[in-house]
Design a protein around this ligand. Structure first.
Ligand code: GTP
Ligand code: MG
Length: 150
């Protein structure tokens, strides 16, 4: 069963959007298997954003945004959850995100876009192992599964 890494960014936490965001993924039918509120360390953010290290906004993104306050890190599981979660997030820039998506509904600025979501199955695996220890992931029997899947 596929898993993805999602994180409510510091702006999402400050703006009290954590519950709203969790609610959307729960209602969709995905299963929450790990979650923690944390202050992301410099080391973790460097590793997380390794692919963006040469971008002009990299330092601001890492230090003044993602490292500036609490992040709610989560692992969600379900059929095609990586792709579907990205659709539910919207585009990187809120101006390109349709109403109904998280970024389309709750943001205006690309550098304050509320939530992170893994962009591929490979990134998801990498990010889950970066943000969570194996024992922080909870395998639980989902009694709604037969009403969500054939
Ligand atoms: P994530 O789910 O957060 O990874 O976003 P993404 O996959 O849609 O975009 P990407 O991985 O390319 O960029 C990561 C994050 O860097 C974005 O979510 C933004 O917060 C920030 N970012 C991306 N592009 C820009 C930019 O042009 N300017 C600024 N200031 N921030 C950017
Ligand atoms: Mg990304």
């Amino acid at each position: 069963n596929e898993r993805t890494f999602l994180a409510v960014k510091p702006d999402g936490c400050q703006r009290r959007l954590v519950g709203e965001i969790i609610r959307r993924f729960e209602r969709k039918g995905f299963r929450l298997v790990a979650m923690k509120l944390m202050q992301a360390s410099e080391t973790l953010l460097k590793d997380h954003y390794i692919a963006l290290r040469d971008r002009p906004f990299y330092n601001r993104l890492k230090d003044l945004y993602m490292g500036s306050g609490p992040v709610v890190a989560m692992v969600w599981q379900g059929l095609d959850v990586v792709k579907t979660a990205r659709l539910m997030l919207g585009e990187t820039n809120p101006v390109d995100s349709l109403p109904g998506t998280i970024r389309g509904d709750f943001g205006v600025d690309v550098s304050r876009n509320v939530i992170h979501g893994s962009d591929s199955r490979e990134s998801a695996q990498r990010e889950i192992s970066l943000w969570f220890r194996p024992d922080e992931i909870v395998c639980w029997q989902d009694h709604a599964e037969r009403w969500i899947y054939e």
